[in-house]
Write a protein of this length. Structure first.
Length: 269
C-alpha cells in the first residue's frame, strides 16, 4: 500500500558525498529503485480479481452477483423491484425478476461442508429473517415459501435400488410443510403478491395438496392480473401434464390463446 506523505518539512542537511562515493551519475537512482520495489511487492500482494461465476445469468445487472454473495438484501430488493416495475426480460423472453430469484435461491441453498444436499431449514431461517427486517420485500416472502416447498420436496428419498419415490412414512411430514407454505403465502399476501411468482407458488402448492379447484381459481385470477407473466402458464401446463387426460393440455392452450391472442399473440401458444 503506498505510504502517506508527511506534511512536516525535512531538516536533513546535504553535506555532500562521503569520501570515496562515486559521482551521482554513476550511482543508481535510489528513488527509482524504491518505486520499482514497491510496485513489485504490490503486484505480488494484490489479490487476483474474482472470477465471475460461469453459471450466473449474464442478463442480470453486473453488480447482482456481488450483492447476492454478500447478502445485500436491500440492493437485491431494489433491483428486483425495478425488474418488476419495468417488466424487464432477457433476450430469450425470461423475466429478469425470476432469473434473479433463481440465482439467489441457488446461492442460498448451496451445500456447506460435507453434506448430502441443501440445508433447507437454514435457507428458511435466512429468508424469514430477511422478510422480517425488510417488511416490504415481496422477494423475501416468495423465496421463503419456495424454501419451505423445497423442504417438503426433500421428504422424498431414494430407496436402496435408486428409484425416486415418496416414502409413505414421510408423507405426513411433506404435507405438513406444504400446508405451512400455503399458510405463509396467505398470511403474507399483501406484500408477497406484488411478485407475480406469488401466484405460481400459491397455485402449485394448492395442487400439491390435492386442491386442484383452488389451483384453477388462482390461475384464472393470475391470467387477469399478470397476463404477460409467462411462468404462470408454464406452471399450469406442468400441472396438467401430470394428469391422465392428454387432451386437457391442448384445450388449455387454446383457451389461453383465445383469451390473450389480441394482446399477447400466438407467442403464448
Amino acid at each position: 500500500m503506498p505510504g502517506i506523505a508527511s506534511s512536516k518539512p525535512s531538516f536533513r542537511v546535504d553535506a555532500g558525498p562521503e569520501p570515496g562515493t562515486p559521482p551521482a551519475s554513476a550511482r543508481p537512482h535510489i528513488a527509482w529503485i524504491a518505486a520499482f520495489a514497491l510496485a513489485r511487492c504490490a503486484a505480488v500482494a494484490a489479490p487476483a480479481p474474482a472470477e465471475p461465476d460461469a453459471g450466473f445469468p449474464a442478463e442480470l445487472d453486473a453488480q447482482a452477483q456481488a450483492w447476492i454473495g454478500s447478502h445485500d438484501f436491500g440492493r437485491i430488493d431494489a433491483l428486483h423491484a425495478r425488474y418488476l416495475a419495468q417488466a424487464e426480460r432477457s433476450s430469450s423472453g425470461e423475466w429478469k425478476s425470476a432469473l434473479l430469484a433463481d440465482a439467489l435461491m441457488q446461492a442460498l441453498s448451496e451445500p456447506e461442508g460435507d453434506v448430502l444436499g441443501p440445508d433447507w431449514s437454514r435457507v428458511e431461517a435466512i429468508t424469514l429473517g430477511w422478510a422480517r427486517t425488510h417488511r416490504e420485500s415481496a422477494l423475501a416472502r416468495t423465496l421463503h415459501a419456495r424454501a419451505i416447498r423445497a423442504h417438503a420436496e426433500s421428504a422424498t428419498a431414494y430407496d436402496d435400488r435408486g428409484f425416486y419415490r415418496v416414502r409413505s412414512q414421510r408423507q405426513p411430514e411433506r404435507d405438513a410443510l406444504l400446508r405451512r407454505a400455503m399458510d405463509y403465502l396467505q398470511r403474507e399476501q399483501r406484500v408477497a403478491s406484488r411478485d407475480p411468482e406469488y401466484a405460481v407458488l400459491l397455485m402449485s402448492t394448492a395442487a400439491d395438496l390435492g386442491d386442484y379447484a383452488r389451483a384453477e381459481t388462482v390461475f384464472e385470477q393470475a391470467m387477469s392480473d399478470q397476463p404477460d407473466y409467462f411462468p404462470i402458464y408454464s406452471s399450469m401446463l406442468g400441472l396438467l401434464r401430470e394428469g391422465p387426460e392428454t387432451q386437457a393440455v391442448e384445450r388449455y392452450a387454446r383457451r389461453v390463446l383465445s383469451r390473450h391472442e389480441a394482446t399477447i399473440g400466438r407467442e403464448l401458444y
